[in-house]
Design a protein around this ligand. Structure first.
Ligand code: PYR
Length: 496
């Protein structure tokens, strides 16, 4: 075992060791490759970096990125000096805002969580969670698209009892909503994704576990209650042996669905996240490096995603089917042609999604794609939806039960909700997520009654008017362009 004193001697660019979770790593040669920059590692040279490392990295990031000979083994815990993290004025102000959060009783809708999260999250976390690609047009369109659908409710039905429970891939769910995968939960809260697992257990909601969770996969599985249903979102690794191991491990642990992300051969450029990175980087440290410059400018997203396989293609679906019996769902399908192809390849369903606006900007919203997919499936395969043979999921921009009911009316099996639950636990931990489920519960009850639907089967296409959905006459403002634009001027009155 190494002593803390020995580790402390390796505190420079020439020899840089760090401690993470009680183990010592020699990161000297990795300094210039670190997507988050060398400066942040050098700050912890010779020290325990766990506190800084944990929220921004999936648990195995260091072990998979460093060759085994750089894993130097455990350190004697009592010999390690405690790292004192300096609290800045900005951080003090943030902590004060945390203390001044409104009570959960005052939180009335999912927008409230977002608003509080914006004020209480550390800047880096807010930048990573809230950001989307390029001009963030798709991010905003995702929500705006629901505003182009209006209801045609039915009256004089006995709506004393209304039931919005459903089954998703054969598993019971208390509502037609599942928790969509979002990365790096510990940026927002020390318990990260476990907040979702715990709340989901209490409310019988299905959680999709992200590949890039902050908590380890097994921690999340271990936190589940007996019988609790979980899905797994997969980023396919260039090293297919790693992917196979992950998938088969998920299956052996009882995961009930494999959602393969297909819209992210490269993660989008999220400029809010990238700006954080620039601000955190110290150019003087970078310029001391003699090696080739590496692109460390792309924020948390780039830092965690280098392993993703850009060569993923349709033929791989056969391979996935050969390595698992879990239902396979393609997450990130964006047109009817690909949805049909997925069906013909024999997968169990698709998520019509643009990755929360974080990938291709000007990708259309999932709800808009749903309409064309349902139309074309009927025309070309004679299928109607919802359909047990092939599930259509939608995600992106959902903030209200009415949004969900619109998707259900149009044929979705269920809707994925990502950021709102992330914001709920960032601001209030597990109780926040529970409150979010309770809010949706109340909204479902009221809106089902007002729609005249006693169960989800009665939420039918005739209850929505989508005549404007595919028209993009109103688009979100392009703020960066708009703020730079100098207004033209008018003819002026002569000076009097
Ligand atoms: C994202 O940042 O969007 C990921 O999926 C990791």
């Amino acid at each position: 075992m190494l002593s803390g004193k020995t580790v402390a001697q390796h505190n420079s660019r020439e020899s840089c060791w760090i401690i993470v979770h009680g183990k010592v790593y020699d990161v000297t040669e990795f300094l210039d490759e670190h997507p988050g920059g060398s400066k942040i590692i050098l700050k912890y040279a010779g020290k325990d970096a766990t506190q800084e490392y944990e929220p921004i990295h999936p648990p195995d990031a260091i072990t998979t990125n460093l060759p085994p000979e750089k894993h130097l083994g455990p350190v004697e815990p009592d010999t390690v000096e405690k790292v004192v993290v300096e609290i800045t004025d900005e951080e003090k102000a943030r902590q004060e805002r945390v203390s001044n959060r409104p009570s959960l009783e005052e939180i009335l809708n999912l927008h409230d969580f977002e608003n509080i999260a914006k004020q209480v999250l550390p800047e880096k976390a807010w930048a990573y969670y809230s950001s989307a690609s390029d001009d963030e047009m798709t991010l905003r369109e995702n929500h705006a698209a629901y505003h182009r659908i209006w209801f045609r409710p039915r009256i004089l039905r006995d709506v004393t009892n209304v039931d919005w429970s459903t089954t998703i891939l054969g598993h019971k769910s208390s509502m037609p909503v599942y928790i969509s995968a979002t990365a790096l939960g510990k940026l927002g809260h020390p318990d990260g994704e476990l907040n979702l697992t715990r709340a989901a257990a209490k409310h019988n909601i299905i959680q999709m576990i992200p590949t890039l969770a902050s908590c380890s996969f097994d921690e999340i599985l271990d936190a589940a209650q007996p019988g609790q249903v979980q899905f797994f979102q997969l980023y396919v690794n260039k090293d297919r042996a790693i992917t196979k191991k992950l998938v088969q491990h998920a299956e052996s642990r009882g995961v009930k669905g494999l959602f393969i992300t297909v819209d992210a051969p490269q993660l989008g450029r999220r400029e809010k996240d990238m700006r954080m990175k620039f601000e955190a980087e110290d150019p003087s440290v970078v310029s001391k490096s003699g090696s080739e410059p590496v692109d460390r400018s792309q924020g948390a997203a780039r830092a965690i995603s280098g392993f993703i396989d850009t060569s993923l293609n349709w033929n791989d679906i056969h391979w996935f089917k050969s390595i698992t019996k879990m239902p396979i769902i393609l997450k990130g399908v964006q047109c009817w042609e690909d949805a049909l192809e997925a069906y013909d390849f024999g997968v169990a369903g698709v998520v019509l999604s643009n990755h929360g606006g974080r990938q291709l900007d000007f990708a259309r919203s999932g709800i808009e794609i749903l309409v064309e997919v349902v139309t074309k499936f009927k025309e070309k395969r004679g299928l109607t939806f919802p359909n047990e043979k092939f599930a259509l999921f939608v995600d992106g921009g959902v903030r209200r039960a009415t949004d969900v009911l619109k998707a259900i009316a149009l044929g979705a099996t269920a809707v994925g909700v990502g950021r709102p639950f992330l914001y709920a636990f960032s601001a209030y931990g597990t109780e926040g997520v529970e409150k979010a489920f309770e809010i949706l519960h109340d909204e479902f009850q009221m809106n089902m009654r007002l729609l005249g639907a006693r169960n989800l089967k009665e939420v039918v296409p005739e209850m929505v008017d989508v005549s404007n959905l595919q028209s993009h006459v109103v688009v979100p403002r392009d703020d960066l362009y708009g703020n730079n634009y100098e207004s033209m001027t008018y003819a002026k009155l002569k000076d009097l």
